[in-house]
Design a protein around this ligand. Structure first.
Ligand SMILES: Cc1ncc(COP(=O)(O)O)c(C=O)c1O
Length: 411
């Protein structure tokens, strides 16, 4: 067996591709393309690698899965069963997390948009922290907490140093003075944590280093103003696990720790909010070549409506019908949206022979593809969850209609 795309649960065996222990050809017998496959065991492996690595460096480390990366209930349930917390941006996700049994002290909720009903339910259900991007929201949270006679823990999202970053709170004197006043005035909130999320697909250490330096700078500014912080939240931004190997992840964690030590930062807990690292390489699209041109363009039956550029996935393409052929001939791949802009990749190394009807496997599509997909009027793909030899259909448009979170449903 030979490994494909750096994923232990994706292998070549003779002329077959095995997704865990299931041949993709078997799935092709039960579903038309395009369809999606998620590999449960890969998600579990990614979670364990991530958590074991960080826990080997930090004595008090916790991770909160960023639901927006992939909020399919079956995926979130796997993550919950591994004891991971939830990082949520909206009410549909909060309802989902609660109905899946995430304990409220393992839920953190927040973002740039905190509607009243989200604040109300978060406090009512005792979530661990509400993450605030705008200082104005502190008054509103205080009012809801007062209504329930509770003190709500707060995490501040601080503005990252990345060029043109707009999200979060800056460490300007004006903002810090406003914060100080708000914390003094509002007795039903308590600032516990600061969060800095630098970027997505962070591949070099400088980005992690910038991020932790940003946290340290803010921490020190707050300290000067006698505002104590208990915990630091590193955010997410880790690439797919098959792109960032365990060893590299460990070096990153070690470097973060040593920068914190150099600056003598005291913290109780370190949090991270990975999304893509847990689920990115657990997802595959299986598609077909619909058409080829003499210039080595192929058209496959997905496109940017379901596999959007916005998702920033590290896409890899394989000719599943000729998996043993060398993939070293430049080929461009276009999707099915009727516009010339629907290009998935240009000059990608692919098989020499290209036949209409060949099936194409696209890897690393487990994070953000469904989230950022749009309603271009094509049918939605079936989605299967594979674990060992088991295949479970977890989404069928005929039955479920859409894969958006159904708030009224108990999972
Ligand atoms: C605040 C915050 N945390 C976590 C994440 C998850 O990021 P990723 O999936 O890249 O790990 C994001 C993504 O945008 C984010 O904005």
């Amino acid at each position: 067996m030979k490994n494909i795309a750096g994923n232990a649960y994706l292998n070549k065996f003779d002329d077959q591709i095995l997704a865990d222990s299931v041949s993709i050809r078997e799935v092709l017998k039960i579903s038309d393309t395009p369809f999606m496959i998620f590999l449960e065991n890969r998600i579990r492996e990614n979670i364990r690698n991530f958590c074991n690595t960080f826990k080997s460096i930090f004595s008090n480390f916790e991770s909160y899965y960023s639901f927006k990366a992939n909020y399919l209930p079956e995926i979130c349930r796997i993550i919950q069963s591994e004891g991971i917390g939830a990082e949520l941006v909206g009410l549909p996700e909060l309802n989902l997390a609660l109905s899946l049994g995430f304990p409220s002290d393992k839920i953190i909720v927040g973002g740039p948009y905190l509607p009243d009903n989200l604040i109300d339910k978060s406090i009512n259900k005792d979530v661990r922290e509400i993450i605030v991007y705008n200082l104005n929201d502190l008054n509103r949270i205080n009012e809801f907490a007062r209504k329930y006679d509770k003190v709500q823990n707060i995490c501040l999202r601080i503005k990252s140093t990345k060029f043109a970053s707009k999200l979060g709170i800056s460490s300007s004197l004006t903002k810090i003075n406003i914060l100080k006043d708000l914390l003094k005035k509002n007795k039903n909130i308590k600032l516990k944590t600061i969060l800095s999320h630098y970027s997505t697909q962070m591949n070099n250490f400088e980005q992690y280093s910038e991020n932790i330096m940003n946290i340290i700078h803010f921490y020190e500014v707050l300290q000067k103003h006698n505002i104590d912080i208990e915990n630091i939240n590193l955010g997410g931004g880790f690439p797919e696990a098959s792109i960032m190997h365990k060893e590299r992840l460990k070096i990153i964690a070690q470097n973060i720790k040593s920068i914190l030590e150099q600056h003598d930062i005291n913290y109780k807990k370190v949090y991270a909010e990975p999304g893509r690292y847990f689920v990115g390489d657990s997802g595959l699209f299986i598609t077909h070549i619909l058409k080829k041109t003499s210039e080595r363009w192929i058209y496959i039956n997905i496109g940017n409506h379901i596999c959007p550029k916005f998702a920033r996935c590290s896409l890899r393409f394989y000719n599943g019908s000729r998996i043993n052929d060398p993939h070293k001939f430049k080929t461009s791949i276009a999707g099915i949206i009727p516009t010339d802009q629907d290009v998935l990749v240009k000059d990608y190394f692919f098989t020499k022979e290209l036949k209409e009807g060949d099936f194409v496997m696209v890897t690393n599509v487990g994070a953000y593809c469904l989230t950022f997909s749009n309603r271009f009027p094509y049918s939605l793909p079936n989605i299967f969850l594979i674990k060992g030899e088991n295949i479970q259909k977890i989404f069928d448009q005929e039955i479920q209609g859409d894969f958006f979170i159904n708030s009224s449903k108990i999972y």
